[in-house]
Each structure stands twice: as structure tokens, then as C-alpha cells.
Ligand binder design. Sequence first.
Ligand code: MG
Length: 169
Amino acid sequence: MDAEFRTGIGYDIHRLEAGAGIVLAGVTVPCAYRLIAHSDGDVVLHALCDALLGAVGGGDIGELFPDSDPRHAGRDSSELIREVLALPLLKPWRLCNLDINIIAQEPRLTAYKPQMRERIAELLHLPISRVGLKARTNEGLDAVGECRAIQAQVVVLLHPLRMQPWPKS
Ligand code: MG
């Protein structure tokens, strides 16, 4: 087993409009907005898909789940993550850790961060200590600062699969 590692980066942005809530990192956040998207608009999980795909040279989310395909309309993005994790390209690798930035002027996400980390850890079969998640505003600047969009950035690190499971902590 060599000690090769792989890293991947993902980014996503979706526009906001008036609505009854959004889904971020698989967690429903009640608020006066909705994310405009073909799927559920979960920018965190979309950026995570791209980070995983990028780490293995697997293309991008638009190639795998084109928004021209009606099968993906309104789709729960957790399903996209499960499909990406099941790709043969990812089989020789195990996720070491990931780090997430969510940039949203509104809604304020502080109260939801623990639940988001738990949800991501569950989706990826990772101990929660390996899931970094930060949320910040855009200081009122640009489209995100004007509450017209939400962005997410994700970095992942993969290492060669070994057979033993992760420790629980
Ligand atoms: Mg997206």
C-alpha cells in the first residue's frame, strides 16, 4: 500500500428567492427563502459531490446529473452523494476528512451547524471529528451579501482504502 493521497475541491452557488425554507448539508432550515435549483438546491452537498469527483478525476456533478434530465428534478441531494460514493472510481479510496465553508448572509446558520455536521458524517460514514463545517456571512457584499444567493466550498482528502473501520471518536 503506498501512501498516496488525493485532494479535491468543490464549489457551488444557487440563487435565493422568497420561499418557505432551504436545505443545506441535508438539513432543512426554515426561513423566508428558497433556493432556486433543478434539484433541492443543496449547495453544500453539490460542492461535496464535486470535491469527491475532483479528487479522483471523475468529472463534475453536471456531467453525472445533468439538469436537463427530468429524473433529477427536485431530487434529494443525499441521493447524489450516495451515487457518487458508489462509483467504481472511488472504490479504492477512503475519505480521510473534509472541510466545508457555507457563505450565507441569511438565514443565520449557527444553530444548525451541529446537525449539519452530524448529517454529513452519517452520509459519508465518517466520525464527526473528521467533518469540518464553518458558516459565515459575506459581510453584506455582492449577491451573497444581498441575500440573493448562497455559496458553499468543500475540500476533501482521500487516502487508499484499508480494511479496518474508523475509530468511533
Ligand atoms: Mg448546485
